[in-house]
Design a protein around this ligand. Structure first.
Ligand code: ATP
Length: 195
């Protein structure tokens, strides 16, 4: 069964595109959602995170204090790398178990840092979702109670689309002008032929 990775910068619409794949009947694994679950539910991950970041990153009800953790790592690539090194292996293990349970022409794996993490190498094909920066900023400002400055500083921490394009096999343009469905049908045809 073919594995198709999908990624894109903040506000590019990768999660929205994944919903289309789901509607088309394809199994979709959202790595970031899984990572969030694991940080709360896995005793091994919890104790490793507490060891590195202190027990105050968990609230009294055992939920992760995401704001506190985000504030701790925001300007520290090293600390972010530390979290990833604790959480990613567990996400990948869950993904493998999930993959073994699927029965479909292909599956879709969505991750924000698919290329940066190197996990794209585990995929048969990788899709990059793109949209102009100003459009992406508009979407995030509509979605979240945040500022343009904050969105731009989050964007500055991600790889540029030019870098990601070099590693992507396909690009989906989600710029509010190109239609999404024809692009998806075209890709779906390709994946079914290869699968
Ligand atoms: P993030 O990494 O920030 O979670 P993402 O790449 O997963 O972003 P989405 O969550 O799919 O992006 O989309 C960001 C916001 O933009 C959402 O509120 C979504 O509804 C909206 N959006 C996505 N695509 C379009 C589009 N073509 N037209 C208008 N709004 C869109």
């Amino acid at each position: 069964m073919l594995k198709v990775g999908i990624t894109g910068g903040i506000g590019s619409g990768k999660t929205t595109i994944c919903k289309f794949f789901e509607v088309m009947g394809l199994p979709v694994f959202i790595a970031d959602t899984e990572a969030r679950k694991i940080m709360e539910s896995s005793p091994v991950v919890r104790s490793k995170l507490i060891l590195s970041f202190g027990k105050e990153i968990y609230l009294p009800d055992h939920a992760l204090d995401r704001k506190k953790l985000a504030a701790m790592v925001f300007n520290s690539p090293l600390l972010l790398e530390k979290i990833n090194s604790i959480v990613h292996p567990e996400v990948h293990r869950h993904f493998q178990e999930w993959y073994n349970r699927q029965d479909a022409p292909y599956i879709v794996y969505e991750a924000a840092i698919l290329f940066e993490s190197g996990f794209y190498r585990q995929m048969d094909f990788n899709i990059l979702v793109t949209a102009p920066e100003e459009e992406r900023i508009k979407r995030i400002l509509l979605r979240e109670n945040t500022t343009e400055k904050d969105v731009k500083s989050r964007m500055a921490k991600q790889w540029k689309d030019e870098e990601k394009k070099k590693l992507a096999n396909f690009v989906i343009v989600n710029n509010n002008r190109e239609l999404i469905v024809p692009q998806l049908i075209e890709l779906d045809k390709k994946f079914r032929i290869h699968g």
